[in-house]
Design a protein around this ligand. Structure first.
Ligand code: GAR
Length: 198
């Protein structure tokens, strides 16, 4: 069975990107193939790990690329050169613009550390802690023009313990993210394949 090439977009630590790459190495991401990594932060850990793993990387700051539109046009060309069929935003801390959306809407998913629509935007884990609630979670959704908006594909709840700090809660959120994102990536790639074979 053919693989489905995916691009992972990341701006920071890249633990989710790394998990996907490691799963593929262990033959556990089928039918997805992590073809490339894209970043707006050339010095971030996600980029360093992808380079070590010999994954083709496209990484530039918006400014260096000539602004957001030029950045996205160059990224879309790079994705097309690598036959990318699904874009996975995993800690990509930029609002996607119209150039990327026109090319990949319906084939672009985003991971967010809350049970959307609760706690959109930055520091969703801190927002949940500050709200004093007992449960938060993680969401994977299709990307649309709005911030952390778009149809939800899957969610996992994560309990907030009274003793939780940002560090302890973040660690459990990340575990839930690694599991949920890889499951959704496999399923969406299978669906893409099935649709293309019809
Ligand atoms: C993840 O928690 C992801 O949900 C979040 O950034 C983190 C990246 O972690 N994304 C957002 O907040 C997007 N709105 P990682 O770099 O270790 O994969």
């Amino acid at each position: 069975m053919d693989k489905v090439s995916i691009a992972v977009f990341a701006s920071g630590t890249g633990s989710n990107a790394r998990h996907l790459i490691e799963l593929e190495r262990a033959n556990a991401l089928h039918p997805a193939h992590v073809a490339v990594l894209v970043s707006d932060q050339p010095e971030c850990q996600a980029v360093a790990f992808a380079r070590l793993a010999n994954i083709p990387v496209w990484a530039k700051k918006h400014k260096e690329a000539g602004g957001k539109e030029a950045f996205e046009r160059a990224v879309v060309s790079f994705l097309q050169e690598h036959d990318v069929r699904l874009v996975v935003l995993a800690g990509y801390m930029r609002l996607v613009g119209s150039v990327l959306l026109d090319a990949y809407e319906g084939r672009m998913i985003n991971l967010h550390p809350s049970l959307l629509p609760a706690f959109k935007g930055l520091d969703a884990i801190g927002q949940a802690l500050d709200a004093g609630i007992q449960q938060t979670g993680v969401t994977v959704h299709y990307v649309t023009a709005g911030l952390d908006d778009g149809p939800v594909i899957a969610q996992t709840p994560v309990a907030i313990k009274p003793t939780d700090t940002k560090e302890t809660l973040s660690a459990r959120i990340h575990e839930a993210e690694h599991e949920l994102l890889s499951e959704v990536v496999r399923t969406v790639c299978l669906l893409l394949k099935e649709n293309e074979e019809k």
